[in-house]
Design a protein around this ligand. Structure first.
Ligand code: AMP
Length: 119
């Protein structure tokens, strides 16, 4: 199954295509990881699929193996940043949950203590 057509203005598709700069820390055949522009923790990396899906659920329905690839990439990023298996993975899904970019992305947050529940 091929990915749905991405909106022409998708900023994360542009990062995948190398059309806008990002601090890329990890790449695989299916995923790209780069530092968040507005970090909420000492490590704040976004791991995104190369193909465009609006959110994690749509990605999981169409390309379940790529979801596992995102988690594997997140693990590699956490290891490279020395997070010692102490980090948070987040998929914000929908505006009410805080999603602002509608290309699926996995937040990797670490390097400080965190509280629960999140805001
Ligand atoms: P979310 O609110 O879950 O949709 O997360 C979107 C994230 O993308 C936010 O944490 C933004 O700071 C981040 N972001 C937006 N544009 C860029 C960009 N060009 N490079 C890196 N991070 C970005």
């Amino acid at each position: 199954m091929s990915a749905p057509e991405a909106p022409a203005d998708c900023i994360f598709c542009k990062i995948v295509a190398g059309e806008i700069p990002a601090t890329v820390v990890h790449e695989s055949e299916t995923a790209v990881a780069f530092r968040d522009l507005n970090p909420q923790a000492p490590t704040h990396v976004l791991v995104i699929p190369r193909s465009h899906y609006e959110n994690a659920a749509a990605l999981a329905a169409a390309e379940p193996a790529t979801v596992a690839d995102l988690v594997a990439a997140a693990t590699a990023v956490a290891e490279a940043d020395g997070l010692d298996e102490q980090y948070r993975l987040v998929f914000n899904t929908g505006a009410a949950a805080g999603q602002t970019v509608f290309h699926a992305h996995l937040h990797v947050l670490g390097g400080r203590s965190m509280t629960w529940p999140p805001g």
